[in-house]
Design a protein around this ligand. Sequence first.
Ligand SMILES: C[S@@+](CC[C@H](N)C(=O)[O-])C[C@H]1O[C@@H](n2cnc3c(N)ncnc32)[C@H](O)[C@@H]1O
Length: 315
Amino acid sequence: MFEALLASLPESALACRALYDVASGGYHLPLREHNRRLTRAEVPQYRALYPQVHYDCIEVPVADLLYSLVVNTRSARILETGTSRGFSTCHLAAGARFVDERAAQVITIDPAPAANLFFEGSTLAESIVPVRADSLRFDLTQALGTGQCDFMFFDSLHTYAHLSAELAHYLPRLKLGGLFALHDTFVFDDLGLVVLAMLGTGRAEMLSLPTHRRHAEPARCPGMSIFRKIAPIQAGDLVFPDLQGITAGEQHCVPDPAAIVQRTGGLFVGDARYAAHGMHRGGPRGPLSPALLEPAQAASAAAGQPAVGTPGSRP
Ligand SMILES: C[S@@+](CC[C@H](N)C(=O)[O-])C[C@H]1O[C@@H](n2cnc3c(N)ncnc32)[C@H](O)[C@@H]1O
């Protein structure tokens, strides 16, 4: 399996993998705007040339997981938002081609992808449709006709407004039973709220899992939430709550987490299944806390204190 992945990845993607810093989960890469074709032969040199690590590509273990998810679900038609250097794209395309080389198609959308995308000029590129656009302004019909996607990966603009709009826009085009994955749902409070709102629709089941990178708060990692579409979704069906004011990303949220709780309290606290409070802390969770925090028992035992975020309580 992974032999097949490694055999099908382009040279730049293989070199990128070799530039992964296992301790931090970053990459010894040039700045995104200086992205270049990479070769494995030059890896030792790059490590010296770019001692500062960058975090725009998903972690290698997450890329491996995406490949595995695509293969396990026999997904050939895939949508991705957030191409960047094309690292995740390469792994999605490798999986899709392993499933069905002829039908494999990865549509990847980014208004400002990096130069020298890792898949450019490679065999994988035959199965990749790069779209230079805002993901909210692209009509999948242009690339897919009336067909449906088997798998979707969302990793673009990390705000509540954007991700929720992406889900509303694209999920009608995901087949029933298809998986969709959201990266960074543990580390961006905005995205955690999208996860909770999506769960609240009852149209998908979900597993959130920690991921390998450690670069911000020690208690938090990017994380990934993997959903399975379990009910039909028509255009216009998904209407996410308007959380105006929480849409500017983590810069806005993290300094004032109480404001998130205040604005979302009615949605996620009390009788609702999940509570938003405590999301910013990354610490222990209560029975109604978001799935995005550490399990209560383990975390509180480690900290020697009771879990926070008890049902219905407000800070
Ligand atoms: C975290 S990077 C994606 C990393 C990529 N998935 C990988 O693993 O290599 C986020 C990307 O989202 C793109 N982006 C920002 N706004 C966007 C939008 N409105 N639509 C689609 N992509 C967007 C950025 O240009 C950036 O390249």
